[in-house]
Design a protein around this ligand. Structure first.
Ligand code: NAG
Ligand code: NAG
Ligand code: NAG
Ligand code: NAG
Ligand code: NAG
Ligand code: NAG
Length: 349
């Protein structure tokens, strides 16, 4: 049959080429729309529909060429910021710097790489970008033209904001920010909470109020040295805790004599160091039943409280071992994958 099909196909192509004077590739140019910058090519909300949001945590996000936005471009729903408080006394009046900086260690800090500039403001920009034509959020020519249509698809329990990833009306999957408190936790934590004000005043933060979690397009979670005694007793807060997964089955140490519990209105996620709980499993060979059983029981402890899980310090190399471990964790039901190489992991999963 092949000898018959080929001439027919050839005829079809030759015929089609007479109907249009350009090949599809030539037509796929910005020119017919007025160039790459043409306003007709700018969509206020669904520009990233083809980026599939993934439960990937962008480890050490501030080290990427473009903090926050690199991670978002691969669909990562979670980023990490390591925050340092600088107590240095400057000048003759002995006033202290007391600013928050972002970096892996004190040698990677610079005066301009602040928590505000590298983490908070980009998150504000990302959520604002997703809401540029949202009639409940702004009054501009587009939002007033389409406000009635937007109202017609909103439901009473749908949030008024768009999440960064356009998953449609009522998307409540927030961008997750893990703030790793690196030093002087008792003093830096209140400053970190204060530094979230640009997100807070726009109503972007997920909140906890008297037993209820009210979703917002961003959820902030304290990790590392976060002083839990400053967070747990509060009846109203817009910060959550990354709880230690291996401690969930034990009572929380009392705070000012009061016994609190690990639950999902406090622990937005639970994390632990992979190596010790996985009995030093490297991913190079198939995991033993013991390794799987240990991981499964930890994941189960968290899930029965409705808490999502993340293992950190998972093997990074060789690549096949890293991928095997990530796949194992997902198969066992763990929720977040800790990622350094966003591009490769986003492609693989
Ligand atoms: C598009 O806009 C950017 C910045 O607004 C400008 O740098 C660039 O030259 C413009 N490109 C074209 C093709 O007009
Ligand atoms: C936009 O204008 C309408 C009508 O004047 C008003 O009801 C609404 O509150 C305004 N929204 C914002 C976000 O300012
Ligand atoms: C931080 O404050 C708590 C009490 O609120 C105290 O127990 C702890 O020792 C303090 N840590 C440091 C390093 O000062
Ligand atoms: C969850 O735990 C927190 C802190 O331990 C506590 O304040 C809160 O009442 C608990 N919430 C529920 C719904 O049990
Ligand atoms: C792994 O499981 C074994 C057997 O249940 C237990 O003895 C051991 O403590 C567990 N190790 C970790 C690190 O969870
Ligand atoms: C894992 O490695 C550490 C450090 O080499 C060692 O102390 C520990 O005993 C090992 N654990 C297991 C379960 O092999």
């Amino acid at each position: 049959m092949l000898w018959l099909t080929v001439p027919v196909l050839f005829f079809a192509i030759a015929h089609a080429s007479k109907l249009v004077d350009k090949s599809p590739l030539e037509t796929a140019s910005y020119a017919p729309f007025g160039g790459k910058n043409a306003s007709i090519l700018r969509s206020p909300a669904d520009w990233n529909r083809n980026t599939y949001p993934l439960f990937m945590h962008s480890h050490n996000d501030y080290e990427r060429p473009v903090p926050v936005f690199d991670a978002l471009s691969y669909g990562a729903l979670s980023i990490e910021s390591d925050v340092w408080l600088n107590p240095k006394v400057c000048g003759g009046d002995s006033s202290q710097d007391m600013q928050l900086y972002v970096g892996h260690d004190p040698f990677s800090l610079t005066a301009e790489r602040t928590f505000h500039a590298l983490t908070v403001q980009p998150l504000v920009d990302a959520i604002e970008q997703a809401n540029t034509a949202n009639a409940k959020y702004v009054n501009n020519s587009q939002s007033s033209l389409f406000g009635d249509l937007q109202a017609s698809v909103s439901t009473s329990d749908a949030p008024w904001w768009n999440g960064y990833f356009s998953l449609g009306v009522g998307n409540t999957q927030p961008l997750q920010l893990l703030v790793d408190v690196k030093n002087d936790a008792n003093r830096s934590w209140p400053l970190i909470v204060k530094a979230l004000e640009p997100l807070r005043k726009r109503g972007f933060l997920t909140r906890y109020e008297h037993g209820k979690v009210i979703p917002g397009p961003v959820i902030v979670i304290g990790t590392g040295g976060t002083p839990i005694d400053q967070l747990v007793p509060k009846h109203e807060r817009d910060v959550f805790l990354d709880c230690e997964m291996t401690l969930l089955h034990k009572p929380m140490p009392k705070i000012h004599g009061v016994q609190y519990e690990w639950n999902n209105t406090l622990c937005a996620i639970a994390s632990t160091d992979f190596e010790p709980v996985a009995l030093n499993y490297t991913g190079i060979h198939e995991p033993s039943e013991q390794v799987k059983a240990n991981l499964t029981s930890l994941i189960h402890e968290a899930h029965k409280r409705g808490i999502k899980t993340r293992f950190w310090d998972t093997p990074a190399w060789p690549i096949y071992a890293r991928d095997r471990v990530n796949r194992l964790l997902l198969e066992l039901g763990s929720d977040w994958i800790n990622v350094d190489d966003l591009e490769s992991v986003a492609r693989e999963f």
